[in-house]
Design a protein around this ligand. Structure first.
Ligand SMILES: *Cc1c(COP(=O)(O)O)cnc(C)c1O
Length: 347
């Protein structure tokens, strides 16, 4: 029985071409800047995102942290969404490691923060107050239904940031999903930010790694901060090579994941006891709720698991499922059939 693992797009396995690329990669010591494959990945990522330079890092979490350390000094403040991954799911690393103070602003259901709310959070000059340095955006927005922020929205945040002499960082873990969903070049998003981090190891299916992009000067300093965190890697071309394949071959197919996510959500709306807002499927992420009193998320998870379906509970009655490489429409249909069967046995 094939296990249909819908917990996350991080469970994706590398393609055969990625495995071959890893084996055949030309290698060197990347701490000396001498791994030709890492350099090729970094140059390619910089070109794709329209930035001067890029840096290969071990994870999205490290990418965001390296960027924050590069933008902010201890005691300075950054503004970010209250449902952002950087605020909720990164071990408080910006304060634990960087001494940087997070100032949260509410995320709207579509992953944006109101410009007025961000602007009100910007500190003035006062001996009592931390100095605001940075605004962080997340695109697509994981907790907010995988919503894609539009280039126009990002431009308006950037304009406000410039007015206050603030920098903008993009947690673009799934920025290529945003580009595919809105049908535009990824540079339409990245042109509005000073730095970004994106994941190779999610929907793009590479086994390891993220890439940070910015100006040459920013990346030189980010490289130093990566080393400080213990993230300097040696013959990293072994893991960078699949990343190159990911960027070359795996971006366009994200559209298929978006279609499958929609198919999943539409199917769920027809299952008694479950509810989801199918109009809130923007990319590859689906959230759904169990009607009160039916069955707990934990129980549902167990029953699904017994039938080969994996899903991630994100609350006492809430689930997340993601469509990704390795999951086709037949798998979605099977997952729906099993959900219907399990829910049919409830009461
Ligand atoms: C997954 C994710 C990250 C962190 O990436 P890791 O590689 O898991 O550390 C950061 N931001 C968002 C929005 C994510 O979904």
């Amino acid at each position: 029985m094939k296990i249909i693992d819908l917990r996350s797009d991080t469970v994706t396995l590398p393609t055969d071409e990625m495995r071959e690329a890893a084996c055949d990669a030309e290698l060197g010591d990347d701490v000396f800047g001498e791994d030709p494959t890492v350099n090729r990945l970094q140059d390619f990522a910089a070109e794709l995102t329209g930035k001067e330079a890029a840096l290969f890092v071990s994870s999205g979490t490290m990418g965001n942290l390296v960027c924050v350390l590069t933008h902010c000094r201890r005691g300075e403040e950054l503004i970010l969404g209250d449902k952002s991954h950087m605020f909720l799911n990164e071990c408080g690393s910006i304060s634990a490691v960087g001494g940087v103070h997070p100032h949260t602003v509410p995320n709207e259901p579509d992953g944006t923060m109101r410009i007025g709310d961000i602007e009100s959070a910007v500190r003035g000059v006062n001996d009592h107050w931390p100095r605001t340095r940075l605004i962080c955006l997340e695109n697509t927005h994981n907790r907010c239904y995988g919503a894609a922020l539009t280039p126009d929205y990002m431009a308006s945040v950037a304009a406000m940031a410039r007015k206050h002499e603030l920098r903008v960082h993009l947690d673009g873990a799934r920025i290529f999903n945003a580009a595919v969903a809105l049908g535009c070049d990824v540079r339409k998003f990245t042109s509005h930010v000073d730095s970004l981090s994106f994941c190779l190891s999610k929907g793009l299916s590479a086994p390891v790694g993220s890439v940070v992009c910015g100006t040459r000067g920013f990346i030189a300093e980010a490289r130093r901060n990566r080393k400080l965190l213990g993230g300097g890697m040696r013959q990293a071309g072994m893991i960078a090579a699949p990343g190159i394949v990911a960027l070359e071959k795996m971006v366009a197919r994200l559209a298929e994941d978006h279609k499958n996510a929609r198919r999943l959500a539409e199917g769920i709306t027809g299952i008694p006891g479950l509810s989801t807002d199918a109009s809130r499927v923007y990319t590859n992420i689906v959230y759904f709720d169990i009607e009160a009193g039916k069955i707990t998320a934990e129980q549902l998870q167990e029953r699904l698991e017994a039938k080969g379906i994996r899903a991630l509970p994100t609350g006492p009655a809430r689930f997340r499922m993601l469509a990704h490489y390795g999951i086709d429409s037949a798998d979605i249909d099977r997952a729906l059939a099993i959900l219907r069967e399990v829910m049919g046995g409830v009461n």
